[in-house]
Design a protein around this ligand. Structure first.
Ligand code: ASP
Ligand code: MG
Length: 419
């Protein structure tokens, strides 16, 4: 049995959904399909939530109706006017409208998960129905009943044992050759919906692969496979056909947006290979990530991590930066969910580079009790693996560098955004 995962870009249009049917129809092995919300639906639900939390209910409902329109147009195109798509979607939208009308926006993170998780409920419902209409037998699963998580809303952690029990019970591949479940979402023990962090559907695919011990996991993407750099930013990119789990973790950690950083661990634990393949050219092999490769990576890899903030902290009591200050600073950053991308310390200060986030202001506030803080926003972190003088020269040119770190093979440069 295999896991296939289709992301938002692959299912953003009727054409994309027809392509899923094409890819899946030639498959002989049983499949568990994980699907994201269609196109930019998650962002659109975030807008609904913003209004809801400000008790602007009618604005929230207007934003919701835009999401509905988008889904209904695709449904009409897929079902050629037959009502079946329209009706299933309407039922879900009614449910969301009721939640908004009757709800009180008390807890932001909890409401985030309750509302935003509908993006995946909508996409999977529509696609499952379309596949059935096209003669592809499948069974729709509600991952809010199967993937059990803790209550860390918006960044929930999966409870593997309980989830495995439930998934194994739900899937009987003698009955259905294909099961379809939502990426990104689950629920805590009480049944409150949770989400696993933005772009978390890859992680769901990996967790399902692990729990069902599948032969492989394939992520279908709108790129040829894993490239040595983002082709939207860098020229002359090349495909990397084989990577180790370690390569992939490094790439993901440095900010390569190709796979979610949490994806690798569940696969590595069970030595399940991960394929990254081009959705629009399914005949191509793409890239594979596995325990060992015959061909180590030969080309330099460039990764640009955007929206970075450099925070420099000096202890207020003028103590030198010793273990105690360090641990205090990191505990606070962890508490406020800051994602650290680079660390540097000197005798009197600690500098950390973090992803921009909505929790930053609170974190800085608390940190400034013990530290004198200065910070720079709107930065980019360029990570070069397999660095050589030519690559360095051509990728940095005349950029202003605020911080840099080097090892023999890698270079990391924190730079101001180019105007
Ligand atoms: N729909 C979610 C998001 O956009 C999860 C995913 O696409 O992986 O973040
Ligand atoms: Mg997405």
């Amino acid at each position: 049995m295999k896991v296939y995962k289709f992301g938002g870009a692959s299912v953003r249009s009727a054409e994309g959904i027809r392509n899923i049917a094409r890819i899946v129809s030639v498959e002989k092995e049983p499949l568990f399909i994980v699907i994201s919300a269609m196109g930019k639906t998650t962002n659109a639900f975030e807008k609904v939530l913003e209004h809801f939390m400000k008790t602007e209910k009618s604005e929230a409902l207007i934003k919701l109706s835009e999401i509905e329109m988008y889904h209904q147009l695709i449904s009409m195109e897929l079902f050629k006017g037959i009502d079946s798509g329209k009706i299933v979607l309407e039922k879900i939208f009614n449910e969301i409208q009721e939640l908004i009308a009757g709800g009180v926006g008390d807890d932001y993170d909890k409401w985030y998960d309750r509302l935003v998780s509908y993006g995946e409920i909508l996409s999977t419902t529509l696609i499952s129905k379309y596949l059935i209409n096209s003669g592809i037998d499948n069974s729709w699963l509600d991952m809010r009943k199967l993937l059990v998580t803790d209550s860390n809303f918006r960044e929930a952690n999966v409870r593997m044992d309980e989830s495995q029990k439930r998934l194994l019970q739900a899937c009987d591949f003698e009955k259905h050759p294909i099961y379809i479940g939502q990426g990104f979402i689950g629920a805590n023990f009480k049944g409150d919906p949770t989400t696993l962090g933005r772009e978390g559907s890859d992680y769901t695919a990996a967790v399902v692969g692990n729990l069902l011990e599948t032969t492989s996991v394939t992520i279908w993407k709108d790129v040829p496979g894993i490239l040595n750099a983002d082709p939207r930013i860098f020229e002359n990119t090349v495909l990397i056909p084989e990577l180790t789990y370690l390569d992939a973790v490094e790439l993901a950690f440095s900010g390569a947006q190709i796979i979610h950083p949490k994806t690798i661990k569940p696969l590595e634990n069970k030595k399940i290979p991960l394929f990254v393949r081009p959705f629009n050219e399914p005949e191509n092999k793409g890239s594979v990530i596995q325990a060992e490769t015959k061909n180590p990576i030969q080309v330099p890899i460039l990764i640009l991590r955007k929206n970075q903030v450099l925070i420099t902290m000096r202890p207020r009591d003028f103590s030198f930066v010793l273990e105690e200050s360090l641990s205090k600073a990191f505990m606070m950053m962890n508490k406020h969910r800051l994602k650290i991308s680079m660390i540097q310390s000197s005798a009197v200060s600690i500098s950390v580079c973090v992803d921009q986030s909505r929790y930053l202001a609170d974190a800085l506030d608390e940190l400034s009790n013990d530290f004198k803080i200065s910070y720079n926003e709107n930065l980019e972190l360029l990570n070069i693996r397999g660095i050589n003088p030519e690559i360095e020269q051509s990728s940095i040119r005349n950029r202003l560098i605020l911080l840099q770190q080097r090892t023999r093979k890698t270079g990391r440069f924190l730079m101001k955004v180019q105007e």
